[in-house]
Design a protein around this ligand. Structure first.
Ligand code: F6R
Length: 637
């Protein structure tokens, strides 16, 4: 049987799916996909109700299913969807783990779903992180037996880890495994580290439903959102079944659908190199992408590509459409050449027909939006410097306080300096006491958060003064969605949007630079970008917005693909060093920062390596040899 829901087009019928071994549907955004899944679950619950039957659901935690639960709760509240016939089995739980810990999956499920619906509490099954070692083996057997007694899972919701785990079935898991305890993979613990405020606090073990148990479900839907899932999604959908990527076992399940968003589908052959799959509609963007790919494949620069290179690599119809390799090569070379400019604010009095920015007005008002207080210099320090040097009125807007990323020992250092200066202030004593007595997992006292935010504010001002921007052009927006005191942030609110919109309305900029990181669908950068997009939408009817161009840079994690770049700003070796110094002013984010991610390089090293890599890529394509390049893509609103 193949996927039955009309929402999901059966694989093979509409798309050319050569290479793909699991039915998958790509959605443009995770919200839209989540709503489809919630509807499928709701339909199942209702059809079981109509037959007077129980509906047995297997549920997942993590960031991927949050919106599905939100939608189910909405349907319960607004449409009367009842869960009275629903029995749930969760996939996993950390071990050991107290149920009332904020890190427990028990807590997660109640917070996101169970507390808000009419499910009978006795019908909720979540592996218990409190069973003793002695009880554990039998407990796991009983968990499987209980699922079996209910006649198996009607529907299993899954996420996927970067290790290829489903549930916590880490690499090496057997295709027939049952519910059991398991040692978590290092990568899984790294991914969980931010919410535990450090990897040392992440449990090393978990209890997980087995692959065998999951595979017996009658219907499986796996969700994957974001760039960081792209490579595991490719391995799972296109690779051979193997225990090193346990999710590949789902290839043998006859009613599984993967629901993935654009970013997570990025590495699939049909998305990444569709010309290898079948005939393509050659848009300009696709042709650029293919030519860059062809140069990498053949280790050749653009102007040296031949008809044979195009014909041998799935691009003969592009060649036929455009004439000859010669024409195609020249067109692509010029396109890339025209992205390069040392004048990111436009070159005064120059012909700007093939430059990325307008010449007029020759002194522009610019806002650089920086989600955290350091993304400006990390991601576009060289361009920032040029804009200031070239006389534009540059403003920087730090969208969040970034307080959560300042470690306690850093805050203590500053609090103690304050104490040395003013030993009689009881508030300073209270801050020092709070830091010293802070328990793991407990959020900072409001005054400690304030101190941490001020540390980042002063670091930012040191950096912007170094670049030459007057303090009155620096705006600390302290967007409220961020101020939860924990890693988990609130959803974007009207107040966040209004703060951004009123700054834009006040400055009336000709250029906006913003962090275009879409990698993490629930991360701070994404929320900050959404707030800017929403503000632009609200303001777009004003005349001054006709003169406003928006450029997106990428944050500390990824770079634009070469074919996406619309402005590339070169840096000399001296400018690279100046950028490095500007990043160094953010001392609290240096030398082993709290939110390092899975990349152990310091931020300044990442930034430099990324900018040098972009320059090398341009050079390999036959363009000039620069020390480093910063890259931007224009956003049209
Ligand atoms: C959670 C679970 C895990 C997650 C996976 C992805 O119950 O079993 O397999 O689904 O680690 O996590 P997110 O969705 O946070 O990326």
């Amino acid at each position: 049987m193949i996927a039955t829901s009309i929402k999901y087009k059966p694989a093979g019928q509409f798309e050319d799916t050569r290479f793909e071994k699991i039915h998958n549907v790509i959605v443009s955004n995770s919200n839209e996909g989540s709503i489809c899944v919630a509807e499928e679950i709701a339909d199942l619950i209702k059809s079981k109700q109509a037959q007077n039957k129980l509906c047995i659901l297997g549920l997942a935690t993590g960031s991927s299913p949050i919106k599905v639960y939100e939608e189910l709760v909405r349907m319960h509240r607004e449409e009367g969807l009842s869960f009275s016939n629903v029995v749930t089995f969760n996939l996993d739980e950390y071990y050991p783990m107290e149920i009332n810990s904020v890190h427990s999956y028990y807590y997660f499920m109640h917070q996101h779903l169970f507390n808000h619906i009419d499910i009978n509490p006795e019908n909720i099954n979540i592996p218990s992180g409190t069973v003793t070692q002695e009880e554990l083996h039998q407990y796991c057997i009983d968990y499987d037996l209980k699922i079996k007694d209910y006649g198996g899972l009607d529907f299993q919701l899954l996420g996927i880890g970067r290790t290829g785990h489903i549930g916590f079935n880490e690499p090496g898991s057997h295709y027939n495994s049952g519910t059991r305890s398991i040692t978590l993979d290092h990568i899984t613990r790294v991914d969980a580290a931010p919410s535990f405020l450090g990897i040392d606090n992440v449990p090393k073990k978990a209890i997980t439903m087995g692959i065998g148990t999951v595979k017996k479900a009658k219907r499986i839907v796996l969700l994957a959102w974001g760039h960081n899932k792209a490579s595991v999604i490719k391995e799972t959908i296109e690779g051979e079944v193997n225990s090193e990527v346990p999710a590949t076992y789902l290839q043998d399940h006859s009613n599984t659908t993967f629901l993935i968003n654009d970013e997570a589908s990025h590495e699939l052959t049909r998305i990444k190199t569709p010309w290898l799959v079948g005939p393509c509609i050659w848009t300009e963007e696709l042709a650029s992408k293919a030519i860059v790919w062809l140069c990498q494949l053949t280790n050749t620069s653009i102007l040296k590509l031949t008809d044979k290179d195009y014909n041998n690599n799935g691009m003969s119809n592009l060649l036929a459409q455009e004439g000859s390799a010669y024409d195609l090569n020249i067109k692509m070379f010029n396109k890339l050449q025209h992205t390069i400019t040392g004048w990111p604010g436009g070159k005064p009095n120059a012909d700007d027909t093939s430059r990325p920015e307008r010449a007029e007005p020759n002194k522009k008002k610019v806002i650089i939006f920086s989600p955290h207080p350091d993304d400006d210099v990390i991601s576009m320090g060289g361009t920032f410097d040029r804009l200031v040097e070239q006389g534009h009125e540059v403003h920087v807007a730090y969208q969040t306080s970034g307080n959560i990323a300042v470690s306690d020992h850093e805050a203590l250092k500053f609090a103690e300096v304050l104490k040395d200066i003013n030993s009689n202030d009881p508030n300073i004593d209270a801050i020092i006491d709070n830091i010293n007595s802070k328990k793991e997992d407990i959020e900072d006292h409001i005054d400690v958060r304030k101190l941490k935010g001020l540390i980042r504010k002063r670091e930012s001002l040191a950096a912007t003064r170094f670049v030459g921007v007057p303090d009155e052009n620096i705006h600390f927006l302290n967007m409220p969605f961020y101020e939860t005191g924990t890693v988990k942030k609130n959803a974007i609110g009207q107040e966040d949007i209004d703060i951004v919109a009123s700054l834009i309305a006040h400055i009336k900029p000709h250029q906006i630079f913003a962090a275009g990181d879409l990698a993490d669908p629930h991360g701070t950068h994404k929320v900050c970008l959404d707030a800017i997009f929403a503000a632009l939408e609200n303001l777009k009817h004003h005349d001054y917005m006709n003169d406003c161009w928006v450029w997106l840079y990428r944050g500390a994690w990824h770079e634009w693909d070469i074919h996406q770049i619309e402005m590339a700003v070169p840096m000399s070796p001296d400018q690279v060093l100046k950028k490095r110094k500007a990043i160094f002013y953010h001392q609290s984010q240096k030398d082993g920062v709290m939110f390092q991610g899975n990349d152990t390089r310091e931020f300044w090293v990442r930034a430099e390596e990324r900018n040098t890599e972009t320059a090398k890529r341009y050079h390999a394509l036959g363009l000039s040899d620069y020390a480093a390049l910063e890259a931007f893509k224009r956003y049209h609103f």
